[in-house]
Design a binder for this molecule. Structure first.
Ligand code: LHQ
Length: 255
């Protein structure tokens, strides 16, 4: 249910239940979590791309799967979606969510949980939860208001409005929109460019930004100093400095 492809430093994870628009069952969620845990320890993985097979990105919880109901929703979330989203936010590697089609419910939450969000022109984002009288989960209550403010987030959640790519770009739900016809090639080219950046420094940039979102300025300054000390003694920084002095492009690959 999760396809994995590692090439040129880019690990592409494809949610693969296309007949159901990649609606998530336990196997899919735990498969993603397991792949991220392995990617975290694998130096060959510099960037992670999360996308969906077929015409959907992810339609959220598989409503035909009974395990959530058997377990109770809270326990189910704590066992599956919560550790997955938490890992996406804490892993010190850039995650690109490549939203190829509809992202609904927890699928919309996963789309937002990436560090860089690339949408196809045919992407549709729906905080669909209220259609079935549920509360947004898997991080949407945390991410969406930080992007669009409390009130727009509430409106999108209340009416389960369909947000298309143009509107998603305007609202800041994605960084870039690519044509549907060339979407995965465009994502690939983008991810390879990102993989050529100093990903150890980017991993700590991600960590510092995440921490700063719930800290004071003084705490952020303190943490910046702490991580700067770490990257300052690393091989990437040495390569960056050498390249600057030698007036050549830096080669961070494999450093
Ligand atoms: C699906 C699904 C789906 C199964 C499409 N399940 N089959 C967490 C933990 C605990 C409890 C509950 O919740 C959560 C978090 C959540 O994510 S709650 C929200 C769950 N998701 C939804 O409510 C979305 C339901 N789906 C839809 O509203 C539509 O399918 C969307 C808007 C996503 C797409 O619409 P269309 O493009 O018109 O496609 P479609 O509806 O025709 O779907 C295609 C197929 O996929 C269809 O199957 P079929 O056999 O008829 O071709 C759907 O039944 C199936 N599918 N979503 N979540």
């Amino acid at each position: 249910v999760v396809l994995q492809d590692l090439r040129e430093g880019v690990l592409t994870l494809t949610m693969n239940r296309p007949d159901k628009l990649n609606a998530a069952n336990d196997a899919l969620l735990l498969g993603l979590l397991d792949a991220l845990k392995k990617a975290e320890r694998d130096d060959a993985v510099r960037v992670i791309v999360l996308t969906g097979a077929g015409r959907g990105f992810c339609a959220g919880q598989d409503l035909g799967d009974v395990s959530a109901r058997d377990m109770g929703f809270a326990e189910h979330l704590k066992h599956t979606y919560n550790p997955l989203v938490s890992k996406m936010r804490s892993i010190e590697k850039p995650i690109v969510t490549a939203v190829n089609g509809v992202a609904a419910g927890a699928g919309a939450s996963l789309a937002l949980a990436g560090d860089i969000r690339l949408w196809s022109e045919s992407a549709v984002f729906i905080e669909v939860f209220s259609n079935i009288a549920l509360v947004p989960d898997s991080g949407s209550t945390w991410t969406l208001p930080r992007l669009v403010g409390f009130n727009k987030a509430f409106e999108l959640m209340a009416f389960a409005d369909r947000v298309d790519a143009a509107e998603g770009l305007r609202l800041g739900l994605c960084e870039r929109v690519f044509p549907a016809a060339s979407f995965m090639e465009d994502v690939r080219a983008y991810a390879e460019k990102l993989a050529a950046r100093p990903v150890k420094a980017l991993g700590l940039t991600k960590r510092a930004l995440t921490k700063a979102m719930s800290s004071t300025l003084d705490e952020a300054l303190e943490y910046e100093a702490h991580v700067q000390e770490i990257v300052g003694s690393g091989a990437e920084h040495a390569e960056g400095l050498a390249a600057f002095k030698e007036r050549r492009p830096a080669n961070f690959k494999g450093v």
